[in-house]
Design a protein around this ligand. Structure first.
Ligand SMILES: *[C@@H]1O[C@H](CO)[C@@H](O)[C@H](O)[C@H]1NC(C)=O
Length: 144
């Protein structure tokens, strides 16, 4: 009995201290990341994919994908204990532009992507990669 108390109390304290800087349920939230191809239809025939996406984190490779216009590339992630969760994507507008951008960074997105169905939304356009956390207003965060 003595032993259990001696272990349980410090553990409980450590756990609540760990929680302190972080909002209560953030570790259990499943974030949805969407990247939509909103590039203009310049290719003929129009069914030709014009965007190449390749997304990964240090621990996980989402894989690469050739995207048609209006297609959505999406995956889910939780935030790890160290709050270091970080997904980056290489986007290549075939024969035009290329950029690598952060599609999800825990410290930047934990709060802002909670506002709309826990979603981070990206739109690839002719002048850059736009971000939205409400699926209504868009900001060009990675001009290319
Ligand atoms: C954002 O809005 C578009 C157009 O209304 C809709 O097709 C799409 O499913 C929405 N995306 C999300 C993630 O809700």
């Amino acid at each position: 009995m003595m032993n259990l108390k001696g272990i349980a109390l410090p553990l409980l304290l450590a756990f609540s201290l760990l929680h302190f800087p972080f909002s209560e349920s953030a570790w259990f939230i499943n974030y949805h990341i969407h990247i939509r191809n909103d590039l203009p239809l310049l290719t003929t025939p129009p069914e030709t994919p014009n965007l190449f996406l390749d997304c990964k984190s240090t621990g996980k490779d989402i894989g690469d994908k050739l995207m048609l216009v209006k297609q959505d590339y999406t995956w889910d992630t939780k935030i790890n204990f160290a709050q270091s969760t970080h997904f980056y994507c290489n986007a290549r507008w075939v024969d035009h532009k290329e950029i690598t951008f952060d599609a999800f960074r825990a410290k930047r997105d934990e709060s802002r992507c909670k506002k709309y169905h826990n979603s981070c939304m990206w739109s690839v356009r002719s002048d850059g990669i736009y971000f939205s956390n409400n699926n209504a207003t868009w900001q060009n965060e990675y001009p290319w």
